[in-house]
Design a protein around this ligand. Sequence first.
Ligand SMILES: C[S@@+](CC[C@H](N)C(=O)[O-])C[C@H]1O[C@@H](n2cnc3c(N)ncnc32)[C@H](O)[C@@H]1O
Length: 338
Amino acid sequence: MRSNSLQYKEFAPQERRSAATGEAAVQARDDVGPEHQREELLTGLHAVEPSINSKFFYDSAGSELFARICHLPEYYLTRTEAGILSDNSRTIAATLGTVGSVIEPGAGGCEKIRHLLKDLAPGVYVPMDISADYLERAAQQLRAEFEALRVLPLTADFNRELQLPGAALQGRRLLFYPGSTIGNFTPEQAQWFLRRCAKMLGPGSGLLIGVDLHKDSAILNAAYNDAQGVTAAFNRNILHHANRILDADFEPQNFEHLAFYNKPQHRVEMHLVSSVEQTVQYQGGALGFAAGDSIRTEYSCKYSREDFVHLAAVAGWRNLACWTDSQEWFSVQYFEVE
Ligand SMILES: C[S@@+](CC[C@H](N)C(=O)[O-])C[C@H]1O[C@@H](n2cnc3c(N)ncnc32)[C@H](O)[C@@H]1O
């Protein structure tokens, strides 16, 4: 199945200037361009086990819905990780040492870095996300709040070759990767991603990463099936996004949200299950679904601390510290390139 495989491609970044600040914002045009997205979506949808890569959740509406998920009572991940970062910000900064630039893949609303900026005091922050407009707004807000910080947003798909602005390569680099976003990769993909980052950033660079831990299935099932139905709306929104990219006629209300903890595989899975027999037309083709057919939209892999340390070690990262909450539901782990 090719649908979820990571691809690797060189691209020529296009530089544009933020009207507000004149600061360079680099847009990786080929990465997020419509032709590439169309091809990737169709490959996934036509696979034997149809899937849509979870990055397609994040158009502007999807990013807003995710921001709402972060405040839901069932979604323990955001508040637990934010608590770990704010409770330990001084110790974290002392452990990390001097940091020239912070690079954050999947930065979204740039919320979590706020917990560290005072104590860490980097000169440059490169938030990177696929959701361009949402990222630009978040970056502008951060600039206004932290005037001494150079904020250089980068619209890019982190599944592909990353090319950082020159300013991000001056001084010691920290890759900040919170949100359990690493869990959206399979363990093999996560290892591949971390190995590539280690190579890109170089010896001595740091990695501060949020990793969700094993826990009771009931807590996990509740976190991805909230009572208000925000996660269901977030899941279905991926079809609105697919409609725009493919010029298709998915009817999101004809698909049920399904999320469950697959305990043997240590991952939450999200699917959209066709509630009727239906044919979806897109420009240049069609997709048939029987009632009960499903499209996988997300994995969220959970780890033990030890298993994640081992995974990262194979990818070239040495574990130096780990912070958790009192229930050991979530971990923030620190590594350096060997
Ligand atoms: C789980 S959210 C985490 C957001 C934020 N880092 C946090 O901790 O709350 C994942 C973020 O990664 C971004 N994202 C997902 N896949 C991506 C990809 N392939 N390339 C770039 N950004 C991606 C999404 O737009 C979203 O902002």
